[in-house]
Design a protein around this ligand. Structure first.
Ligand code: MN
Ligand code: ZN
Length: 499
């Protein structure tokens, strides 16, 4: 269970036990707030002995500082002031959270000499703490960690953040909390095992967003049959658990504004189907719904912070299983668009789910743009590893907006090519196209496939197979399911569509 944080912002506070956190840039002589936390001046000697200079994200941990009310004094380095990026405030918060080592009380002195700490930075620091505090151990009946009894794991840590304008920080924190909730929802969904989270259970989770004012519609198998979603249904037919398509609507913008739309691949488990995957690592395929998780988390965030935009979220929820009734290689399915698809490899199922979801979204809502997220190809890991998600886009302005949101949120994207010439690779002998183009350019041919279902609507496809799960842990994420995409797209909406 994640550590609960109770966060308050205040103008000044004396240290009375617990951990005192101070910040220091590389240039500053000493951290600010030192007089309060370190009346006897132990910092000077400790920093010298510990060779602490304030390098970015380095920490100096002084236990039981002489003369101080604090049990521990932790100084977090920010690096050079001019190199400080907005995202670094989240990282610093994450570092501070990790430095608590189970303490239940912390006072953070955010002031830094010669540096203006904005209310947004203060809120981001708190957001970093919350994201770092996340832990998915619901299924461990004996908890391990700093403290071995599970009760202690459920404690609430009291956080007081001392900052120049606490009222403004508190206001900024309302948005930050909405972001934390959305990211944590996405992480939870990805981390849940597939026996617990099937298409029906996932749909029920999405339905909970009604509490925030999100309108929810859930299409059943029957509804989808009527709509002619043969591609999505073909994937689902091998599973005893029926598919669902969930439509989430948030109307925070002006009535006349076209909606923007986010579409997620939600394969709750991907065995590969009849083209079954090898056993090694197959357990990770419980995360093949990372796109749908990000869209659900994003909708939560946007609604919770009452985003001034009209937003559609659509997730296609299916399970890909081998079975007597499963689809076979060589089967030809008809998508909702009318285009036919020869299924060469039943493991290339994500695009089959997405193509019907994208077509449906475009036809029904005529959105200003569509962005789909999907753990789509292993090939994107070959190309980019797990540090960038692949961005495929038919519209340069949308691509630019996404890339800059990626830099701001540090959920990074790398633009990959699209091009007619790649289309040859998915020509089929028997149908309009086949569902895989083979090993070469595997991520690109997947994107070319999707492109055939978006007409001229500005569209981006984010291949998050490398970043949604098992990406390297960092200051603000120690979880297998990272929640990638929520902060990125919240930033996109905020920066490019709400102003
Ligand atoms: Mn697959
Ligand atoms: Zn898949």
């Amino acid at each position: 269970m994640s550590t609960k944080l109770s966060i308050a912002f205040t103008k000044s506070q004396a240290v009375t036990g617990g951990v005192a956190i101070l910040l220091k840039t590389a240039e500053a002589e000493t951290p600010a707030g030192l007089a309060d936390a370190d009346p006897a001046g132990v910092y000077a000697r400790a920093s010298k002995v510990g060779k602490f200079t304030g390098k970015a994200m380095a920490t100096l941990d002084i236990v039981a500082p002489h003369g101080s009310e604090a049990d521990r004094l932790v100084v977090v380095g920010l690096g050079k002031a001019e190199a400080l990026k907005p995202h670094d405030w989240l990282r610093a918060g994450g570092v501070a959270m990790a430095a608590l080592k189970g303490a239940e009380k912390v006072t953070v002195y955010l002031d830094v000499p010669n540096l203006v700490v904005t209310p947004k930075a203060a809120a981001d620091f708190a957001l970093g703490m919350m994201l770092r505090a996340y832990k998915f151990d619901n299924y461990k009946t004996t908890k391990k960690g700093e403290d071995d009894d599970s009760k202690a794991n459920e404690k609430t840590v009291k956080v007081a953040i001392v900052t120049a304008d606490p009222a403004a920080a508190k206001k900024a924190f309302v948005d930050a909390e909405a972001v934390a909730e959305g990211v944590i929802l996405a992480r939870n969904l990805v981390n849940e095992p597939a026996n617990i989270l099937g298409p029906l259970e996932f749909a029920a989770k999405a339905k909970e967003l009604e509490k925030l004012g999100v309108e929810i519609e859930i299409l059943t198998e029957k509804d989808m049959k009527k709509l002619g979603m043969g591609a999505l249904l073909g994937v689902a037919q091998g599973s005893v658990r029926p598919p669902r398509l969930v439509i989430m609507k948030w109307d925070g913008g002006k009535a006349k504004d076209k909606p923007i739309a986010f579409i997620g691949k939600g394969v709750v488990f991907d065995t590969g189907g009849i083209s079954i995957k090898p056993a090694g690592g197959m357990e990770d395929m419980k995360g093949d719904m990372g796109g749908a998780a990000a869209v659900t988390g994003l909708m939560h965030t946007l609604a919770a912070r009452k985003a001034k935009a009209n937003v559609i979220g659509i997730i296609g929820l299916v399970e890909n299983m081998p079975d007597g009734n499963a689809q076979r290689p060589g089967d030809i399915v008809t998508s909702m668009s009318g285009q036919t698809i020869e299924v060469i490899n039943t493991d290339a199922e994500g695009r089959l789910v997405l193509c019907d979801a994208l077509w449906y979204c475009n036809e029904r809502f005529a959105p200003e743009f569509m962005i789909n997220l999907a753990t789509l190809t292993g090939a994107i890991l070959v190309a980019l590893g797990n540090l960038h998600a692949g961005l495929f886009c038919n519209d340069d302005e949308l691509a630019e907006n996404l890339l800059s949101a990626g830099l701001a949120s540090n959920e990074r994207l790398w633009r990959m090519p699209l091009g007619k010439d790649y289309d040859k690779l998915i020509d089929s002998k028997f149908a309009d196209m086949k569902n895989t183009g083979g090993r070469h350019a595997g991520s690109i041919t997947a994107a070319q496939f999707l492109k055939r279902f978006v007409k001229d609507t500005p569209w981006a496809h984010l291949d998050i197979a490398g970043t949604a799960m098992g990406s390297p842990s960092d200051e603000i994420n120690q979880s297998w399911g990272s929640g990638f995409g929520v902060r990125l797209l919240d930033e996109l909406v905020r920066a490019s569509y709400e102003a």
